[in-house]
Design a binder for this molecule. Structure first.
Ligand SMILES: C[S@@+](CC[C@H](N)C(=O)[O-])C[C@H]1O[C@@H](n2cnc3c(N)ncnc32)[C@H](O)[C@@H]1O
Length: 231
């Protein structure tokens, strides 16, 4: 996204943030209560039939997806640029008795990427008003998949009425555009799903609206005839 067109909040002088992007997201989470966040519907639909393994939640935010996966037996690495968001996910996992299944790490994914190999990498609305080498990050994520693993990328396809960002110039990347940007070797990764479903969503005050999700699901080719484990 073009960072010059988006309104920015004033800097929070109490933040330890070192970049404009970190400062923005740090302030975003410091000014919001985030406990008990809900799982994103496309992640739930995709992961529900899978046998739990290792997962990576890119831009975990309030942690609804991480905690949902951990409750189902996944070992999740949850990553965000905001130390506040990461600290809250770690704390909520501890309170829920899930500390041994959740590793919450602060990374600016433009500069560092967590170690490990994953059965599932999830990037849910990994969108920011700041410059981000998104294609490079998502290609690194694809490389971090185990053979047979899945990379699920869900972007906003429309702007919800309750979104903090009501910029009418926002371009929502389509699944086809994202796949083209990633430019992955079709011999190693295949597109399992690329569509733009509509769903009824509920906002923070209980209001509802129809929103669009841009969904891209990629699978890493198994090294032998094993396929992604399904119960
Ligand atoms: C639109 S929010 C989505 C949060 C969460 N995945 C969800 O579905 O609610 C985007 C998230 O990406 C994180 N983020 C933005 N830029 C980042 C970066 N460079 N490195 C790591 N995380 C980043 C933000 O802090 C924020 O939590």
């Amino acid at each position: 996204m073009d960072s010059t067109r988006h309104p920015r909040p004033a800097a929070d002088p109490t933040a330890d943030a070192t970049t404009e992007a970190e400062l923005f997201w740090e302030r975003h989470y410091r000014t919001r209560r985030t406990g008990g966040a809900r799982v994103n519907p496309v992640l739930a639909e995709t992961a529900a039939p899978l046998r739990p393994g290792t997962a990576l939640d890119l831009g975990c935010g309030a942690g609804g997806d991480t905690l949902w996966l951990a409750r189902r037996g996944w070992h999740v690495t949850a990553v965000d640029i905001s130390g506040t968001a990461v600290g809250r996910v770690r704390e909520e996992a501890r309170e829920l008795g899930l500390a041994d299944r959740v590793a919450a790490e602060q990374h600016d994914l433009a500069h560092s990427f967590p170690a490990g190999r994953f059965d599932l990498v999830s990037a849910q609305y990994f969108q920011t008003p700041f410059a981000l080498p998104r294609a490079r990050v998502l290609r690194t994520a694809a490389q971090a998949l185990r053979p047979g693993g899945l990379l699920l990328i869900v972007d906003h396809g429309s702007t919800a009425p309750w979104s903090w960002n009501q910029d009418t110039d926002i371009h929502h990347p389509t699944p086809t555009e994202t796949a083209a940007e990633l430019d992955l070797d079709p011999g190693q990764w295949s597109v399992l799903r690329a569509d733009m479903p509509h769903r009824r969503a509920t906002g923070p005050a209980g209001e509802t609206a129809t929103v669009i999700d841009n969904v891209l699901l990629l699978g890493r080719t198994p090294t032998d005839d094993r396929r992604t484990s399904v119960r």
